[in-house]
Design a protein. Sequence first.
Length: 383
Amino acid sequence: MGDLEAKLSELRAAIDAADDEILDLIRKRARLAGQVGEAKQNKGNVPFYVPSREASIIRRLLSRNTNAAESSHETKIPDEAIHGIYREIIGACLALEHPMTIAYLGPEGTFSHTAATRQFGATPKYLPCSSLELVFDEVEAGRATYGVVPVENAFEGAVTPTLDLFADMERDVFICAEVQLSIHHHLFTYAESLDDIEVVISHPQPLGQCRNWLASHLPNAQLMESSSTMRAAQIVDEARVSESGALDWKKCAVIGPYSIVDKSELSLVQRNIEDFHDNTTRFFVIGQHDSPASGEDKTSLVMSIKDEPGALHNLMTSFAGRGIGLTRIESRPSKKKLWEYVFFADVQGHRDDVAVTDAIDEIQSKPGGFIKVLGSYPVSKPL
Ligand SMILES: O=C(O)C(=O)C[C@]1(C(=O)O)C=C[C@@H](O)C=C1
């Protein structure tokens, strides 16, 4: 055996021993989480999923990892890796405590699916839904334990169908976590060259997020909207199989995630066509409860006030006067009266914080004031 082989086999034996220890510790962790689950079960009506606790665990480990790298002068294990490893471990422990079904805008492979698996790992059962409305329905009916829905893109703005579902006062779901996902779009087609592409199909958000690229590379292509990116790939594949002629599949292209390569024979012809390379979409995890405070939280609200000059300013003073920062404000038509609006706001802090509670109470007491707390949840970082 050469020197290299001898060295490698010694190191690999040490890695095997380390892996054994890691596995034993994961098993120990799962047993402890199982005991937490039993305690909750005995108490009844206590959520198994606690986003604030998960956020605290991950924040603590990220800072421990940074400190360990600094004090040992070793290369730091990237935050994304620590995050991914622990999300997977915690997700497995959670699913052992209680079976989880996670609804998302499908089919499999959409960005919503990726956001869901980033949050809950590979262990739960995933339930693809053909519309955002169905994701809400599944959660409300209890057929899904949680749902994952896109809420806004950093460059394209609000996912308005999601906001409209939250604005529906008949809906009874809470936001319990947020997930921020880096988004890269790719172009897929059966066409021989870009010159042959006449139709580009995707969800309206990716079409908007690639607007400049499309204008300069496919200026004459017709843009066709689909319910999701993966559905766009299915539409072209269905046209290819049926040869119905309704859609000339050889002249179509699709914009979507890399996962299309696993689900379709479409060729990936152009990578990273998003207009902004730090393109990020924010998703909400919805469920039948929100999250306890984690120490660094946001609260999402939907509100309205009497329609008069300065109405929005009047709403804002309740927060600003208490030093509560706003991280997002969005308006949507109320759909009750012409030119009347509801406002969506994300504010810093938890709904149990005195300042936030006071601001909410104050808005409620203003003439025509209405406010619904959609949920408080831990602040997340883009991944
Ligand atoms: O601490 C809890 O309440 C648990 O249920 C344990 C645990 C974990 O694995 O650490 C699992 C799921 C929860 O979402 C949070 C944490």
